[in-house]
Design a protein around this ligand. Structure first.
Ligand code: HEM
Length: 118
């Protein structure tokens, strides 16, 4: 079986650092941070961790469907793109290669239709 990017990056501990970086970037970004205003921190951490682990193929995702998780937010393409940019920047920050980032972006991009306009 092919090694997942999750393992390639160093497993749970490395992912924790990426999650932290991702979280910092999102909370500092006024174009998206308001979506998380009423979200409790524990939940947000779960959100980021599930997001990153999914993106890296670390663990099968068993939570709510993406449509259900984002219902009522009415997310637009620009919100999605901002989040993807933060993900890319967080990965680059830890030295993930361009090629791997491209692969991850494709994977996350495939969820767009499930997440937008809900
Ligand atoms: C591929 C992209 C995305 C993935 C994989 C993803 C993943 C998730 C997951 C796993 C959850 C948690 C569901 C649960 O509580 O069980 C969640 C919730 C949430 N997501 Fe995302 N998400 C994505 C994009 C976005 C975007 C673009 C935004 C806004 C800019 C966003 C905002 C939120 C918010 C605010 C919640 C929490 C809602 C609440 O408090 O109940 N997500 N997302």
């Amino acid at each position: 079986m092919e090694t997942s990017l999750y393992e390639k990056l160093g497993g749970k501990e490395a992912i924790g650092k990426v999650v932290e970086e991702f979280y910092k970037r999102i909370t500092a970004d006024e174009s998206v941070n308001h979506f998380f205003r009423d979200t409790d921190m524990a939940k947000q951490l779960r959100h980021q961790t599930a997001f990153i682990s999914y993106a890296l193929g670390g663990a099968p995702y068993t939570g709510k469907s993406m449509a259900a998780a984002h219902t009522g937010l009415n997310l637009q393409p620009e919100h999605f793109d901002s989040i993807v940019n933060h993900l890319q920047a967080s990965l680059a920050h830890f030295g993930v290669t361009e090629d791997d980032i491209r692969q991850i972006t494709e994977k996350v991009g495939s969820l767009k239709g499930d997440i937008l306009y809900k």
